[in-house]
Design a protein. Sequence first.
Length: 257
Amino acid sequence: MHKPLFQLFLSAHRLLFLGPAFDTGVHRHHAAQLAVGVNGSLRMQGEGGDPWRQGRAFYVPPDVPHRLDAGETACAILYLDPESVDCERACRRFGGCDINILEPSGRVLEQLSDLTVGEAGLERVEAVCAALLKEEAPPVARELDARLQRVLDWVDRNLAGNIRQSDAVAVADVSESWFSHRFGTDIGVPFRRYVLWRRLRIAIQYALAGNTLTDAAHEAGFSDSAHLTRTFRDAFGVAPTFLFGQRDRVSVIFIDR
C-alpha cells in the first residue's frame, strides 16, 4: 500500500499538515501558521510584491497575507487556532504582527523527517508539535473535569443542530463565568472555536468517506457546501476540495486529547 501524499493530524484547536507544498498565491487565513521545510529551505513572500525571503522555517501570525514556495521539499505546516492558548504563546515567542524566519533545531527536523516516512503515533505527533512551538515537553494528558466531559459529549451528539454556549453551561450545570474560564483553560480554545473545529472534523470525516461536500456540510452543522468551503478557506487558506478531491492520497488522524 502506497504512503499517503498528504498526512493531516487534527486536534481540538490545531492541524499539523505533512506533505508537498501547494501554491495558492498570496492569501491569508485566520489560523496562525508555522511552516518548516523538512528537507530544505522555503521561500515566503508577503503582500503587495514584497521581496521573497528564504529560510528553513517561517511563522505567519493570524490573518497576515503571505505566499509560500517550498520548491521540491516536503513541508510541515502547523496551523493554530487564532484564539487558542497555543497561538497566544506562539505569537509571544515568534512575533504577533509580521512574518518571521525561524531556525528549527536539527532534532526537530529529524523528528519531522521521521514522521513523513514512518508511522506517526500520537506521542510522536505531540512531541513534534511541542518541539515546533518550543515547548519543553508535550502537554501531559490529565483527566478532564466530568462537567466539561459531559459538555464535549453533548456537543458531538448535537453538531448537526444549533449549539449555543448557554445550552452548554446548562449541560455542565455551572456558572457562565466558571464555564468560560475552565473551558478555555482546560481545552485550550474558547467554546465557540472548539465547536467550529469539531464541525470541521466531522465534515472532513464524511467527505473523505466518499460523501458529497453538501452531505458532509449538513452532517457537520454547516448550512451548505458553500458555508463549509468558506469556513475551511478562512481557517486554512485553501478550499476543502483541494484535499477531498484526492481522498486516496490523504491520511487523516484525529487526536482526542
